[in-house]
Design a protein around this ligand. Structure first.
Ligand SMILES: [Zn+2]
Length: 497
């Protein structure tokens, strides 16, 4: 049974016209019926004496004629508008696109592609004919995909495949320490204990379907029904050329139809890699974007050669954006020493997400108050660009408190600023992400192409936790509970035939 299929069958935009047509018809009928019965009542009323008749007859004739005339005009008007609107609803019905039939594949396939750090707008830096082809013939978040907070690689990739905010899927940062065990999570930690929630590859295999992962944070973790099968689950190795990754994914389409994975991931480190070194506005980024477009071209060509390009649901996303950072935009924790000393041992991460866990004996509330006092004093360099919170007091929209893994004190830095422990003579500019997810610079892309996506459609921006339900709906499987909204897929996907 397709999850949420009932709602998908009734697309939002299809409703208004037919309903209003029906209402118009009824109104037209009842109005005319009332007018007719008025006429009938009048004419069938007790006849007045013949002696008074001529004038009365004449007057009543005039009245009934005008009433009839009015009725005719009203009726005609109502009939005209009713038929007009029913004509347009017929027209609308015939133009509402339904999902397209699969030409070659036996069942739906979703290929989820991530281009790390592909900030929304990068696609305008240079001609990207292949990405443009997907946009033109597919569905795009018009002003980008909204990442979850913190706008970092691991938390966001794992939110995309679980539909959960980091507090619930457990990957609350790229690096963190578990307060209970004292164990340290790094981007190489593959023990299942860190990775909560149910990622798409697990959901897919739970339903007896196949999945393949050409890199994705969390994909090497053996969890539930997912045992990271050989040849279908690649262990991360950043030195594998992008071409090889694309070609491996293409080869899955050469398998017998019942062995083709229903869900595949494909990951590219660019343009994040360059973004950190040189910031978002540098010729190196333009070059990296062109490189990603070339890979999309290679993929499209390969799918076309196999006759499956129109059959595959390609969802191309990025995990977050990128903003320029520079040595003038630094905030040093040591500058707060006059108010409170923050030793580096307390700090779990500096920037852009400042996360502090003071040792026992210190009240987090007092630490926050003293830090903010110093920052607001005007004598801390760039102090006004850092605000420190108890995690429970962070804005609710960040969904960043419901986990013990999140340290009790969180600092939010303004766009482009960096927090460091102590002053240095470092003079450099680069790029960073991890900031508040409302910053436009943190937005990424959502471009989807395939039989379940309308051609040339623009949709409003949405958070990436919605993608999980989108994929399970396309694959016709029941997903695990998550933070996405169940009605979301119907606002993006074409109605099923
Ligand atoms: Zn990055």
């Amino acid at each position: 049974m397709r999850s949420g299929s009932v709602s998908i069958l009734t697309p939002k935009e299809k409703n208004p016209m037919p309903i209003s047509t029906k209402e118009e018809d009824e109104r037209a009928n009842s109005s005319s019926a009332a007018l007719l019965s008025f006429n009938r009542d009048y004419s069938s009323s007790d006849s007045p004496p013949k002696s008074v008749t001529a004038t009365v007859l004449f007057v009543s004739l005039v009245i009934s004629t005008s009433v009839a005339l009015c009725a005719a005009i009203v009726f005609g008007f109502l009939f005209f508008s009713a038929s007009n609107s029913s004509a347009s609803s017929v027209k609308l019905d015939s133009t509402v696109e339904a999902s397209r039939r699969l030409a070659k594949l036996k069942s739906p396939v979703v290929l989820l592609i991530s281009s790390d750090g592909f900030r929304f707008g990068y696609q305008f830096k240079i001609d990207t004919p292949n990405i443009n082809r997907l946009i033109k013939n597919g569905t795009e978040a018009e002003v980008g995909l909204i990442p979850v907070f913190p706008t970092l690689t691991f938390p966001n990739h794992y939110s995309i495949v679980t539909g959960l905010y980091p507090a619930y899927h457990g990957i609350i940062n790229n690096y963190f320490t578990d307060p209970e065990s004292g164990d340290r999570f790094t981007m190489h930690s593959h023990e299942p204990k860190w990775w909560l929630g149910e990622p798409l590859w697990e959901t897919v295999t739970n339903h007896g379907l196949k999945a393949s992962t050409y890199f994705w944070p969390g994909s090497e973790v053996k969890k539930g029904s997912w045992d990271c099968p050989k040849d279908y689950c690649m262990f991360y190795n950043g030195s594998v050329p992008f071409e090889e990754r694309v070609d491996t994914v293409l080869k899955y389409f050469d398998l017998p139809s019942d062995e083709i994975p229903s869900f595949m991931t494909l990951y590219f480190e660019d343009p994040d890699h360059q973004g950190h070194k040189v910031g978002p506005d540098d010729p190196q980024i333009t070059e990296a974007v062109a490189g990603i477009d070339k890979m999309m071209g290679r993929l499209i060509r390969g799918l076309e050669e196999r006759g499956v390009f129109e059959d595959v649901n390609i969802i191309m996303v990025g995990d977050h954006g990128m903003v320029g950072t520079c040595d003038k935009k630094l905030i040093f924790l040591d500058d707060l020493a006059k108010w409170i000393a923050i030793p580096k041992e307390w700090v779990q991460s500096y920037s852009p997400l400042l996360a502090i866990r003071p040792p026992p004996g210190y009240l987090s509330k007092d630490v926050v108050a003293k830090m903010n006092e110093g920052l607001k004093s005007g004598s801390v360099n760039n102090g006004e660009y850092l605000r420190v919170f108890l995690k429970e007091e962070l804005p609710g929209r960040l969904h960043y408190s419901a986990s013990d893994r999140i340290p009790p004190i969180i600092g939010l830095v303004d766009e482009g600023f960096t927090v460091e422990q102590k002053r240095s003579r470092r003079q450099e500019c680069g790029g960073a992400h991890g900031y508040d997810n409302t910053f436009f610079s943190m937005r990424s892309i959502f471009i989807a192409h395939g039989p379940q996506f309308a051609r040339g459609r623009k949709v409003p921006s949405f958070e990436n936790v919605q993608i999980y339900n989108l994929v399970t709906t396309i694959l016709n499987i029941q997903g695990a509970p998550n933070n996405g909204t169940t009605s979301f897929p119907q606002s993006i996907l074409l109605p099923s035939r």
